[in-house]
Structures are given as C-alpha cells and as structure tokens.
Design a protein around this ligand. Structure first.
Ligand code: NAD
Length: 539
C-alpha cells in the first residue's frame, strides 16, 4: 500500500502521496529493533511476540517475552540498584529529568516515527506525546525537590517536641502501561517515581514496546543508572500479575476491567496502587458558547489519536437553542478531516491500533443504529486507507439501549444529545459510573466554572476539550468513580511514590511523670497544660 492522506468524505476522495518522509521500514530497522529489545529482561531463548504496523497490517517487529522468573530477576536487579540511587541528593536525581527533557526534544523526529509506527496515530497526535513527556520531565525536574522536602509539623508540646515529616521512597514501583500513549504515559508515570528515589519495573504493552524502550534509552543517556529501570514484556494476564506480586507500589494505566483485577491483587498484598482507568467523557456546549470555537474544539476533543485517548470526549451535550447551528459546524469540520497512513505531517487522524479496537468501534456504531441512532457523518471502516481505519463518526438519537450510550468505545465515535437547561445537562453528564474528564463551553467563564464544579469528573476543561488540564502538570489529573483511584501530576503524582515518615524529637522534658510527680498529678498537669495552650491559642 502506498502512503496516503485521504479525505474522509465519500465524494472528492483525494489520496495524496506523502513526499519526503521516511517509510516505517526505514524508521524501524532490524538493527534498531535488536538494539532496543536487548534491554528487555528475558532468558536465553525467549518466545517472540510479533507486532504489526497499524497503518498497513505489515509485520513490524519481533519482541522477546519475559517469563515469570524473568520478572523476579528484573525486580531483584532493580531492588539491588535502588538504595544507592535513593542515597543521592534529590536535586541530583531531578537533574537527570532536566537533561532528559532536552534529549526528548533533540530526538523528537525519531520518537514521532516510532510512536506512529507502533500506534498508527497521526503525526500531530504523536507530537502531543513528545510535548507531554517533555513538559512533565521539566516540571518534576524543577519542582521535585520542593515536593519532597522535609516539612516541620507542630509537636504535641510546642517547642519541646520537634516534628518533621519525611518522604521515603517506596522501593521498587511496578508500572503497567497501555498502548495508546506509549511515550507520554510510560515516561510520565515513571519520572516522578525516580525523583522520589525509587527503582521501577515497567511492563509496557507489547505492541508499543519499542517506543518505551527508546524512551528508556534516552533517560539512561540523561544519567539514570541503567539497572534502575527494568523492562519486562509479555501477555498482560501472565506478566502483569507477576509485576504486582513483586512491587512495593503499583502504577497502573489501562481499562477499568483490568484495573479492578490489579487493584484487588495489590490490596491483598497491602501495597498502595494508583489506577488510571477508562472514561465516558462529556462535553457541554452551553447556549452562550462561541459555536465556531466549540465546533473546532470538539473535533480535537473527540478525534485526537482516533479517539483512543482516555480523556477523549464520547458524549456531547448541546443546548437545544444552538444545537442545529452547532451540529452544522461540527459535522462539516468532521467530514473534512483527512485520514493519513504515513509518517508524514498533514493528516488529521490516523488508524486504530488493532483489530480488537476496530471490532469494538464497528459493533458500537452498528448497535447504536440498530437501536435508533442516526449517523450524521462517518460510520464506516476505511479499508481503502488501511486495514484498521475508521471514519470519524458523529451519532445522534442514541438511545439508552445502545452500548455506546454508557460503555467506553475508545474510538472516533461521539454521540450528540440535546438539553433544555443546565440542570438537565449536569444531571445527564454525571449519569455515568465513570468520572475522568469533562469539558464546558460558554462565553461566560464564571458560568462555566460554576457548571464545572458540579461535574463528577477528575478534570474539567473550560473552552477546550482535554489539553489544558492534562498539560498543566503542576495540577493533579485522574479519575473519580470507575475512572480510577489516585492521581498523576502535581504533588499527588510524586508523593504517591513515597512513604510518609514522622520523626518526633522530644526535648528537655520527657512524656512520663517528672519531678517526682505521681501518675495522677502528671495527668492533671497535662490537662492544665492543654487548657493553657488553648487559652494561648496554641492548640
Ligand atoms: P488494558 O487494561 O487491556 O491493558 C493495560 C495494560 O494492562 C497492558 O499493558 C496490558 O498488557 C496489561 N494487562 C492486561 N491484563 C492484565 C492483568 N490481568 N493483570 C495485569 N496487567 C494486565 O487496557 P488497554 O486496552 O491497553 O488500554 C485502553 C484503556 O486504558 C482504556 O480503557 C483507556 O481509557 C484506559 N486508559 C486510561 C488512562 C488514564 O489516564 N485514565 C490513560 C490511557 C488509557
């Protein structure tokens, strides 16, 4: 198949050859695959898992798979390396991230090639990954030490008891990562763990292992001791539980179904876990919204990475009064999106990653139509562009009987619903078990903020779809309800990788009776002291 960019509309289809761009075969050579996969912890004769190029269905790489014994070896190596790393000053650990930031940007083109080759996403969407990883590296590189610094707390006796809160590393973090943002999530969730003094053992998804391995290489080049980040690869249900079985803390990103299993296993071991899970995210277009901006923003919010984005919008609630005008603009823009199956810039949307994803998208759209929905645009697979392509699709009239109404599609499909007033919009947006991301559009930011505060959602973006909240890495990001437990980014995103330890130093007087006091006299003395402290407004 030739590399093409194709308009999605049925008429005027106009495939364009992409000139001056590397092909996947030029970007992902056998030598590169050999070099990268040599870092996977495997025994001498590992089994191999074949990955494919989503754009074309052609074979991409053979990835060696780790056994449960290999996972144990990876943890042993990480555990041996961790104390020396934790003993280094925080600023030294954080400085590795600042160098990594520069390396990411210096190697952005080759990283974009790898992300696209493994995921099939458009180059512009792969670029979001490089930027996201760089922003996070810079944030924790600069702010890591201040998040982790010892904090003085008030002691039981003012002045006489000096209390300090310390942040100790957990030890070895087990990280399990999905295929959809193989650079941003893989790197993003590991970086703060390293700054906090941990080692990490990661199981990336096999389909996107090369991107992960190249990112690890760059972090090692930036100064991370190589033993500190171990990579194991293999079937999720086989290798994933082994990671949980050895870890001191688990950082999981993936589906709610798998997340529940992982959380149950972590709970049985009494270790902490953060769960970044699925969503069924809502966008609310209020009656006073700027409809051109909202339509343009909705396209970004629904179809970035072909909707294979956890914070992507899949439910679009529009005020009745402006719904027709909004839909005209939104569907026109959606129809004009160009699908691309090459490593070139210029495509608006790429491929789905796997047959499983294509099957879910196809099933959700067919089932919605069977249950009464109308397809306003899209609704077709596009094998003429590539085996896993599906058109960006807008549905209206979706009924509650349809799976797409409540289940995460994780594809380029959005359902539009009309609402009468904000009460109804908020109630319907919140009528889901999930609570990951939401978006509110209004010319009045005051009004939008008030609506945002009523949404059951870990992040809410006003007058954008997902990027401002996700990109603001100083603030936490994560899900409520079935969308997760814990947060990435901000203080939460690094402190979760630590054990908090309280050190109390008692000075001058002891906690027991002194000066020959009886127990009763001592108890009275303490009570009197409490009253005195209250009067002095100390306690
Ligand atoms: P998935 O749950 O199938 O797989 C995620 C990871 O878990 C993979 O590495 C997989 O190999 C591994 N895994 C599978 N079974 C396992 C088991 N029994 N024990 C341990 N690990 C196991 O999810 P996916 O299809 O790869 O990713 C898509 C999902 O991830 C979507 O639901 C999406 O919303 C979610 N996601 C959430 C976020 C977030 O930040 N909230 C980000 C990206 C993706």
């Amino acid at each position: 198949m030739t590399d093409t960019i194709a308009e999605t509309g049925k008429s005027g289809r106009n495939p364009v050859a992409a000139a001056g761009t590397r092909t996947v075969a030029e970007a992902v050579t056998p030598d590169l695959v050999r070099r990268l996969t040599s870092a996977v912890v495997v025994s001498d004769t590992p089994t191999l898992a074949g990955t494919r190029v989503p754009f074309t269905g052609e074979p991409l790489a053979e990835i060696p798979e780790s056994t449960p014994e290999d996972v144990a070896t990876a943890f042993a190596r990480a555990r041996a390396a961790q104390p020396a790393w934790a003993a280094r000053p925080v600023r030294e650990r954080a400085a590795v991230l600042l160098r990594f930031h520069d390396l990411l940007l210096a190697h952005k083109d080759e990283l974009l090639d790898l992300v696209q080759a493994e995921t099939g996403k458009a180059r512009a969407h792969a670029a979001e990954e490089v930027l996201s990883a760089a922003v996070e590296a810079r944030h924790y590189g600069r702010a890591g030490a201040s998040y982790l610094r010892p904090r003085r707390r008030r002691g039981v006796f003012p002045v006489l008891t000096q209390v300090t809160e310390l942040r100790q590393p957990k030890g070895v973090v087990g990280q399990i990562s999905p295929w959809n943002y193989p650079l941003a999530l893989f790197v993003g969730d590991a970086l703060p763990a390293f700054v906090a003094g941990n080692a990490v053992v990661t199981k990336p998804d096999t389909q996107t292992a090369l991107t992960a391995l190249r990112a690890r290489e760059l972090l090692v080049e930036a100064g991370l001791p190589a033993e500190l980040w171990q990579i194991v690869i293999g079937d999720g249900p086989v290798v994933g539980p082994e990671v949980v079985a050895h870890a001191d803390y688990v950082s999981f990103t993936g589906s709610t179904r798998t997340g529940r299993e992982v959380a149950t296993k972590a709970a049985a071991r009494l270790i902490g876990a953060s769960m970044e899970l699925g969503g069924k995210n809502a966008m609310l277009v209020l009656a006073d919204a700027d409809l051109d901006r909202a339509a343009e923003g909705a396209v970004r919010a629904c179809f970035s990475s072909a909707g294979q984005l956890c914070i992507s919008i899949e439910r679009l609630y529009v005020a009745e009064a402006v719904a027709d005008a909004f839909l005209e603009k939104f569907t026109a823009r959606t129809r004009a999106l160009r699908l691309g199956n090459s490593l070139a810039w210029g495509a608006d949307m790429g491929s789905l990653v796997s047959k499983r994803q294509l099957d879910t998208v196809t099933r959700h759209v067919e089932d919605a139509v069977k249950n009464g929905a109308r397809v306003l645009t899209g609704g077709q697979a596009r094998p003429d562009v590539g085996p896993l392509f599906y058109e960006p699709t807008v549905l209206e009239g979706v009924t509650e009987a349809a799976a797409v109404c409540t289940e995460e599609t994780f594809g380029p499909v959005v359902s539009v619903y009309r609402f009468r007033d904000e009460e109804e919009a908020v109630a319907r947006a919140n009528d889901t078990a999930y609570g990951l991301n939401a978006s509110v559009w209004s010319r009045s930011t005051r009004r939008a903020r008030a609506v945002a505060a009523r949404l059951h959602s870990g992040t809410v973006n006003v007058n954008e779809g997902y990027a401002p909240a996700y990109g603001s890495v100083a603030a936490p990001m994560g899900g409520m309800g079935d969308s997760g437990v814990g947060r990435r980014h901000g203080a939460e995103g690094i402190l979760k990788y630590t054990e908090v330890q309280t050190v109390a130093v008692q000075r001058l007087i002891s906690m027991g009776p002194s000066f020959g006091m009886s127990d009763e006299a001592h108890a009275k003395f303490l009570q009197t002291s409490l009253k005195a402290l209250k009067a002095l407004r100390f306690k």
